[in-house]
Design a protein around this ligand. Structure first.
Ligand code: NAD
Length: 510
């Protein structure tokens, strides 16, 4: 299947940006020091270069966000909610435009890219409702004539660091809640997603303007991880919400802790699905193939480990391999393509070394792993998703390789399957396919991941539930339920209307 030309991709980016209210030609500058390349994994080529923020402009942007906080914190939360309401409407009107930028920069199919923008719209709706529900509690006081309560208050500047594979949705998860909670945001997107970031940022700017809210509430830092480090170390940033690799989290977590800032980490996953003998095999098959090969294996929730009962392993694996054979691989802009490119050369090399390590550790590659379309685009990395049968959960299986490799391990005892599910350092998502209610409940109680599903794959979460994982995944929770509390400062208040001064615990003094 022919890849689109470089000009086609530039044209798609230009149209997408224009729809979002920005102009590609105005952004482009000559390559040089202080610029960042704009690249598409579809062709592997640079679309141009853009000026990056330097230390002084980053400092100024964090400063003006901190300034805007002083006003925004005094605006009633339901009024703040109108900004995210409008942002959601604009995202709906420009869904295709922003999705085009996600396709250009992350290589997602139009359907998956539109799904990512839909997630932004969904979180805006949730945040709008949340703006009237930043609930505190009133508690019985042990003293007469006293009221004891907990209240929630705006926190301060939220620094958002995001990964390449969800270039805009994670920004919205954080920003929609941060804004209704009364906080400005300073966003450092992945260095591979600058245009998508400009698109999402421009639509939010418009929503702010139309609501007479300060534009300074929404700051974009264009550049590499050095800018992320500035956010991490800046005392004016009250919360650092960082999404990316475990390596990044290991660096960010202690640095924020050092200055007693608040941190929310959303890091790597190594997600497993258990398929039990009673499972509906056709349903499991579809769930497994989407979760393992969708987005070219580049979701934090991608299925990487299939733990399948020995009695059905042969049959299920044959079906998976057959289904993989039907997946169309190529440019996501082409009709019918389901598997787009890897983000770049390093991802491809990591995949190849993981496959070599798997073979050295007793694995048998059942299908995939080969690079395709290299003759059409030497700098783009398309691969056939791989399925590898492993003799057990060896060292390479315990690591997250951010590429489409599905390791298959057999089990005979259900408790052992749950133990295997848990025996990795990461703890993001997991699933069981079973028709046995007791097994499903044992799995939910026993899996140590932040997301644990029954009869559905590991990827594709809805925003209504809290999203995040345990262990090396970082422990953060974003999106729904009570995740908003991370963006607020909690206070416990005792109000004395008794005219006396009884001390707690009956203490006598004066
Ligand atoms: P990455 O860690 O290389 O980069 C992520 C972001 O962190 C980028 O913006 C980068 O510039 C910045 N960064 C890197 N080092 C930093 C540092 N020391 N200080 C401050 N900022 C720093 O990750 P990636 O390759 O872009 O994304 C893939 C990884 O992200 C995978 O491990 C995937 O599982 C994970 N991820 C997790 C979630 C989740 O919600 N748990 C979601 C998406 C991706």
């Amino acid at each position: 299947m022919a890849l689109p030309s470089h000009d086609d991709i530039i044209d798609l980016a230009r149209r997408g940006l224009r729809g979002c209210g920005a102009d590609l030609d105005e952004l482009l500058t000559a390559e040089g020091s202080g610029t960042i390349p704009l690249r598409s994994p579809i062709t592997g080529q640079a679309l141009g270069h853009m000026r990056a923020d330097d230390a002084a402009s980053a400092d100024a942007k964090i400063g003006s966000a901190a300034g805007a906080f002083e006003q925004w914190r005094t605006v009633p939360a339901p009024v703040r909610g109108r900004v995210v309401q409008r942002w959601g409407e604009l995202l709906g009107e420009h869904k295709e435009d922003l999705a085009a930028l996600v396709t250009v920069e992350a290589g997602k199919t139009p359907s998956e890219a539109a799904g990512e923008v839909q997630e932004m719209i969904d979180i805006c709706e949730l945040a709008l409702g949340q703006s009237r529900q930043l609930f505190g509690k009133t508690l019985p006081s042990e003293r007469p004539g006293h009221r004891l309560m907990e209240t929630w208050h705006p926190l301060g500047v939220v620094g958002i660091i995001t990964a390449f594979n969800f270039p805009v949705a994670v920004f919205a998860w954080n920003t929609a809640l941060a804004l209704v909670c009364g906080d400005p945001v300073v966003w450092k997107p992945s260095e591979t997603s600058t245009l998508s970031a400009v698109g999402a940022h421009s639509l939010l700017r418009r929503a702010l303007e139309e609501n007479d809210a300060p534009a300074e509430l929404n700051q974009l830092l264009v550049g590499d991880r050095g800018l992320g480090e500035r956010l991490v170390d800046d005392e004016r940033v009250a919360l650092v919400s960082a999404t990316g690799s475990v390596r990044m989290g290991r660096e960010v977590g202690p640095r924020v802790a050092q200055r007693f800032g608040r941190v929310l980490l959303e890091l790597g996953g190594n997600n497993a699905a258990i398929v039990a003998p009673s499972a509906d095999i056709d349903l499991a098959l579809r769930g497994v193939v989407f979760a393992a090969a969708g987005t070219a294996g580049q979701r934090c929730t991608t299925l990487r480990r299939l733990i399948v009962h020995e009695s059905i392993a042969g049959d299920l694996v044959d079906k998976i391999v057959a289904a993989y054979g039907t997946l169309s691989i190529g440019s996501p802009t082409a009709e019918g393509v389901l598997v787009g490119p890897l983000i770049g050369k390093a991802a491809f090399e990591n995949m190849q070394s993981a496959l070599e390590a798997a073979k050295a550790q007793g694995g048998e590659v059942l299908c995939g792993g080969q690079r395709v379309l290299a003759d059409e685009a030497a700098d783009a990395y398309y691969v056939e998703p791989a399925v590898v049968r492993m003799p057990g959960q060896t060292e390479i299986v315990e690591a997250e390789t951010f590429a489409p490799i599905l390791y298959v391990i057999e089990y005979s005892d259900f408790d052992d399957a749950i133990a295997l599910n848990n025996a990795v350092p990461q703890g993001l998502s997991s699933a069981v396919f079973t028709s046995d209610m007791a097994e499903a409940e044992r799995f939910i109680a026993g899996s140590d991941t932040g997301i644990a599903n029954v009869n559905i794959g590991t990827s594709g979460a809805e925003i209504g539930g809290a999203f995040g994982g345990n262990k090396e995944t970082g422990g953060g929770r974003e999106s729904g339920t009570d995740s908003w509390q991370a963006y607020m400062r909690q206070a416990t208040n005792t109000v004395n209307y008794s005219g006396e001064l009884p001390l707690a615990q009956g203490v006598e003094f004066l």
